[in-house]
Ligand binder design. Structure first.
Ligand SMILES: *[C@@H]1O[C@H](CO)[C@@H](O)[C@H](O)[C@H]1NC(C)=O
Length: 172
Protein backbone atom coordinates (compact mmCIF):
# COMPACT_ATOMS: atom_id res chain seq x y z
CA UNK A 1 0.00 0.00 0.00
CA UNK A 2 2.73 2.35 1.06
CA UNK A 3 4.90 1.61 -1.94
CA UNK A 4 1.88 1.97 -4.21
CA UNK A 5 1.35 5.47 -2.80
CA UNK A 6 5.02 6.27 -3.28
CA UNK A 7 5.08 5.14 -6.88
CA UNK A 8 1.90 7.14 -7.48
CA UNK A 9 3.61 10.27 -6.11
CA UNK A 10 6.65 9.54 -8.19
CA UNK A 11 4.51 9.26 -11.33
CA UNK A 12 2.86 12.61 -10.55
CA UNK A 13 6.29 14.15 -10.13
CA UNK A 14 7.45 12.74 -13.44
CA UNK A 15 4.43 14.20 -15.25
CA UNK A 16 5.11 17.58 -13.67
CA UNK A 17 8.81 17.50 -14.62
CA UNK A 18 7.97 16.42 -18.17
CA UNK A 19 5.48 19.29 -18.44
CA UNK A 20 8.07 21.75 -17.16
CA UNK A 21 10.59 20.42 -19.65
CA UNK A 22 8.16 20.92 -22.55
CA UNK A 23 7.20 24.45 -21.47
CA UNK A 24 10.88 25.28 -21.02
CA UNK A 25 11.72 24.15 -24.57
CA UNK A 26 8.72 26.07 -25.91
CA UNK A 27 9.91 29.19 -24.09
CA UNK A 28 13.45 28.86 -25.50
CA UNK A 29 12.05 28.44 -29.03
CA UNK A 30 9.72 31.44 -28.65
CA UNK A 31 12.62 33.55 -27.36
CA UNK A 32 14.71 32.53 -30.35
CA UNK A 33 11.92 33.27 -32.84
CA UNK A 34 11.08 36.63 -31.35
CA UNK A 35 14.73 37.65 -31.32
CA UNK A 36 15.48 36.78 -34.94
CA UNK A 37 12.12 37.55 -36.64
CA UNK A 38 11.80 41.21 -37.43
CA UNK A 39 8.17 41.69 -36.45
CA UNK A 40 8.27 43.72 -33.25
CA UNK A 41 6.37 46.70 -34.65
CA UNK A 42 4.01 46.46 -37.62
CA UNK A 43 2.70 49.38 -39.68
CA UNK A 44 -1.09 49.71 -39.67
CA UNK A 45 -1.73 50.35 -43.35
CA UNK A 46 1.41 49.30 -45.19
CA UNK A 47 3.10 45.88 -45.38
CA UNK A 48 6.04 46.95 -43.26
CA UNK A 49 7.57 45.79 -39.99
CA UNK A 50 10.68 46.31 -37.92
CA UNK A 51 12.44 44.12 -35.39
CA UNK A 52 15.74 44.07 -33.56
CA UNK A 53 17.90 43.78 -36.68
CA UNK A 54 16.17 44.76 -39.93
CA UNK A 55 13.15 46.39 -41.51
CA UNK A 56 10.86 44.26 -43.68
CA UNK A 57 8.80 45.34 -46.65
CA UNK A 58 6.32 42.72 -47.92
CA UNK A 59 8.13 39.96 -46.01
CA UNK A 60 11.47 40.92 -47.49
CA UNK A 61 13.73 41.67 -44.56
CA UNK A 62 16.88 43.36 -45.77
CA UNK A 63 16.20 46.98 -44.99
CA UNK A 64 18.23 48.76 -42.39
CA UNK A 65 16.68 49.95 -39.15
CA UNK A 66 15.98 53.61 -38.93
CA UNK A 67 15.31 53.69 -35.21
CA UNK A 68 16.66 56.86 -33.74
CA UNK A 69 18.31 55.46 -30.67
CA UNK A 70 21.12 53.08 -31.71
CA UNK A 71 22.46 52.42 -28.21
CA UNK A 72 19.11 51.29 -26.90
CA UNK A 73 18.43 48.82 -29.72
CA UNK A 74 21.92 47.34 -29.23
CA UNK A 75 21.12 46.84 -25.55
CA UNK A 76 17.84 45.11 -26.42
CA UNK A 77 19.70 42.81 -28.86
CA UNK A 78 22.27 41.97 -26.20
CA UNK A 79 19.74 41.23 -23.46
CA UNK A 80 17.58 39.07 -25.75
CA UNK A 81 20.62 37.02 -26.78
CA UNK A 82 21.64 36.68 -23.12
CA UNK A 83 18.14 35.51 -22.24
CA UNK A 84 18.33 32.77 -24.91
CA UNK A 85 21.73 31.68 -23.61
CA UNK A 86 20.55 31.51 -19.99
CA UNK A 87 17.34 29.64 -20.87
CA UNK A 88 19.45 27.01 -22.67
CA UNK A 89 21.98 26.82 -19.81
CA UNK A 90 19.08 26.35 -17.42
CA UNK A 91 17.61 23.56 -19.55
CA UNK A 92 20.94 21.74 -19.80
CA UNK A 93 21.54 22.06 -16.04
CA UNK A 94 18.00 20.80 -15.38
CA UNK A 95 18.53 17.67 -17.47
CA UNK A 96 21.92 17.16 -15.81
CA UNK A 97 20.42 17.53 -12.32
CA UNK A 98 17.61 15.18 -13.24
CA UNK A 99 20.14 12.38 -13.61
CA UNK A 100 22.84 13.30 -11.11
CA UNK A 101 21.29 15.25 -8.23
CA UNK A 102 20.48 13.45 -4.98
CA UNK A 103 16.85 12.85 -4.09
CA UNK A 104 15.18 15.53 -1.96
CA UNK A 105 17.23 18.42 -3.35
CA UNK A 106 15.78 21.37 -5.20
CA UNK A 107 16.69 22.32 -8.78
CA UNK A 108 18.33 25.44 -7.43
CA UNK A 109 20.95 25.90 -10.15
CA UNK A 110 18.57 25.54 -13.09
CA UNK A 111 16.04 27.72 -11.24
CA UNK A 112 18.51 30.53 -10.72
CA UNK A 113 19.72 30.38 -14.35
CA UNK A 114 16.10 30.65 -15.47
CA UNK A 115 15.51 33.64 -13.20
CA UNK A 116 18.60 35.30 -14.74
CA UNK A 117 16.98 34.62 -18.14
CA UNK A 118 13.79 36.22 -16.81
CA UNK A 119 15.77 39.30 -15.68
CA UNK A 120 17.40 39.64 -19.13
CA UNK A 121 13.98 39.51 -20.80
CA UNK A 122 12.70 42.04 -18.28
CA UNK A 123 15.49 44.51 -19.04
CA UNK A 124 15.44 43.96 -22.83
CA UNK A 125 11.71 44.18 -23.32
CA UNK A 126 11.45 47.13 -20.92
CA UNK A 127 14.01 49.10 -22.92
CA UNK A 128 12.17 48.22 -26.14
CA UNK A 129 8.79 49.14 -24.71
CA UNK A 130 10.14 52.36 -23.32
CA UNK A 131 11.98 53.49 -26.46
CA UNK A 132 10.17 52.02 -29.44
CA UNK A 133 6.97 50.11 -28.79
CA UNK A 134 4.65 53.09 -28.88
CA UNK A 135 6.14 54.83 -31.82
CA UNK A 136 5.16 56.63 -34.84
CA UNK A 137 8.34 58.35 -33.76
CA UNK A 138 10.75 55.75 -35.16
CA UNK A 139 9.30 55.21 -38.59
CA UNK A 140 6.88 57.23 -40.65
CA UNK A 141 3.81 54.97 -40.31
CA UNK A 142 1.33 54.60 -37.51
CA UNK A 143 1.95 51.16 -36.06
CA UNK A 144 1.07 48.48 -33.54
CA UNK A 145 3.03 45.78 -31.69
CA UNK A 146 3.80 42.66 -33.72
CA UNK A 147 3.81 39.02 -32.63
CA UNK A 148 7.48 39.01 -31.57
CA UNK A 149 6.79 41.68 -29.00
CA UNK A 150 3.85 39.68 -27.65
CA UNK A 151 5.84 36.40 -27.66
CA UNK A 152 8.56 38.08 -25.65
CA UNK A 153 6.09 39.14 -22.96
CA UNK A 154 4.70 35.59 -22.90
CA UNK A 155 8.28 34.29 -22.42
CA UNK A 156 8.68 36.82 -19.65
CA UNK A 157 5.79 35.22 -17.74
CA UNK A 158 6.77 31.63 -18.55
CA UNK A 159 10.43 32.03 -17.58
CA UNK A 160 9.42 33.42 -14.19
CA UNK A 161 6.98 30.56 -13.52
CA UNK A 162 9.50 27.94 -14.68
CA UNK A 163 12.29 29.49 -12.59
CA UNK A 164 10.15 29.55 -9.45
CA UNK A 165 8.92 25.97 -9.98
CA UNK A 166 12.52 24.72 -10.33
CA UNK A 167 13.32 26.44 -7.04
CA UNK A 168 10.32 24.96 -5.25
CA UNK A 169 10.28 21.41 -6.58
CA UNK A 170 12.24 18.73 -4.78
CA UNK A 171 13.61 15.79 -6.66
CA UNK A 172 11.71 12.64 -5.68
C1 LIG B 1 13.95 50.31 -44.57
O1 LIG B 1 15.20 49.97 -45.12
C2 LIG B 1 15.50 50.62 -46.36
C3 LIG B 1 16.77 50.02 -46.95
O2 LIG B 1 17.84 50.05 -46.06
C4 LIG B 1 15.60 52.11 -46.10
O3 LIG B 1 15.92 52.79 -47.32
C5 LIG B 1 14.25 52.62 -45.58
O4 LIG B 1 14.36 53.97 -45.22
C6 LIG B 1 13.83 51.82 -44.35
N1 LIG B 1 12.46 52.20 -44.09
C7 LIG B 1 12.04 52.69 -42.93
C8 LIG B 1 10.68 53.23 -42.91
O5 LIG B 1 12.72 52.71 -41.93
Amino acid sequence: MNSLLRSHQKAKMLVLLAGLFVVHIATAIMLFVSTIANVWMVADNVDFSVGLWKNCTSGNCDGSLTYGDEGAIKAVQAFMILSIIFSIISLVVFVFQLFTMEKGNRFFLSGSSMLVCWLCILVGVSIYTNHYAHSEVNFPFSSHQGYCFILTWICFCFSFIIGILYMVLRKK
